[in-house]
Design a binder for this molecule. Structure first.
Ligand code: HEC
Ligand code: HEC
Length: 275
């Protein structure tokens, strides 16, 4: 798979220690890091499978049936979730099970993964215990190797979640955002937000739906600040906010929960071998 050759784990691990500005083991533990090795045996195979699905969600045969747009998990969780800032999966598993104010119940990491299929991927929720669900959850859990458990009693977010910028979001201007979009984003994401060979769609049918985190201007603006333009996230806070207002002023798929759930009898599965 191309991502294995492009991003060898060892190099990524060095980069992440580099980003955090120190190689002290304590900080590395807080920040989380990509483990040096895959677990042995079948567990390692499932970690790799989950990694492949995170990179190729819309095309991978196991996840493709559950995806309703042009996005992969790595489209927003950059570098397969190993980017320390932009939707990082490093240490994420330590926060789960967590309290979900939206669902008014405690949810597991698996639930959280499945929710991103329904909203950010505008698709259908894969069944609990299905191969795709277990593989992705296993990969994300592996990225918390060595990190300290700290279940989140307030929200479904891990220790490296996107920090919402302290801005007056009502002042975000989609008119200024249009001009900035033309300068910094259009080449890769297209005049109509439809995407190009160099970047996925940012609005319209191929994009995330209006139930997704990024459909909130404050979440999108805060993500853009640390994520885009790809490889050179250099926008000011105000620019990030203005572009977010512009992008989210366009239509995108509407989220209705019942359209994204599997049939009742498919909500759960027993995936073990019966003796
Ligand atoms: C359109 C962008 C987008 C896509 C695509 C996407 N996500 Fe997310 N995801 C988000 C955002 C935004 C959050 C909230 C993260 C934050 O606030 O730091 C999130 C949160 C999560 C979390 C919880 C992170 C935490 O800190 O607790 C998990 C786990 C997750 N996503 C998994 C996935 C998986 C697996 C896929 C692919 C099947 C996926 N996401 C696809 C945008 C996306
Ligand atoms: C060099 C090409 C490039 C530029 C320039 C660029 N992006 Fe992206 N963008 C990407 C790629 C590629 C991805 C998916 C990440 C991946 O697959 O690694 C992405 C992902 C995204 C996403 C999340 C996924 C989605 O499509 O909804 C948003 C939102 C986004 N970019 C907005 C922007 C904005 C706003 C700008 C301008 C400030 C910008 N990008 C500039 C290439 C680019």
């Amino acid at each position: 798979m191309n991502f294995r050759t492009t991003f060898p784990l060892g190099i990524l691990a060095c980069l992440i220690v580099g980003f955090s500005g120190t190689a002290s083991p304590l900080v590395a533990q807080e920040v989380g890091h990509v483990p040096d090795e895959y677990p042995p045996g079948p567990l390692g195979e499932v970690v790799r499978l989950g990694e492949a699905i995170v990179w190729e969600t819309k095309d991978h045969p196991l996840s493709q049936p559950y995806v309703g747009n042009q996005l992969n998990c790595t489209s927003c969780h950059l570098e397969g979730g190993t980017d320390p800032a932009a939707g990082s999966f490093l240490s994420t598993a330590t926060a789960y099970p967590a309290w979900s104010p939206r669902e008014k119940r405690v949810i597991t990491l698996e639930d959280r993964v499945l929710n991103c299929f329904m909203r950010s991927e505008n698709g259908t929720r894969p069944p609990y215990g299905s191969k795709v669900s277990v593989a992705v959850t296993t990969y994300i859990t592996w990225l918390s190797t060595g990190a300290k458990m700290k279940m989140n009693a307030e929200k479904t977010l891990g220790p490296r979640h996107i920090q919402i910028l302290d801005l007056d979001w009502k002042q975000a201007s989609k008119e200024r955002g249009l001009e900035l979009y033309k300068t910094y984003c259009l080449d890769c994401h297209g005049q109509q937000g439809e995407g190009t060979a160099d970047g996925p769609p940012v609005w319209g049918d191929g994009s995330y739906n209006d139930g997704a985190g990024l459909s909130r201007v404050d979440k999108l603006g805060s993500w853009l600040k640390v994520a885009m333009p790809l490889g050179d996230p250099s926008l000011t806070e105000q620019e990030s906010a203005d572009i977010a207002a512009y992008i989210n002023s366009h239509p995108r798929p509407q989220f209705k929960l019942e359209e994204h759930l599997p049939a009742a009898e498919k909500m759960g599965q027993y995936n073990g071998q019966r003796p």
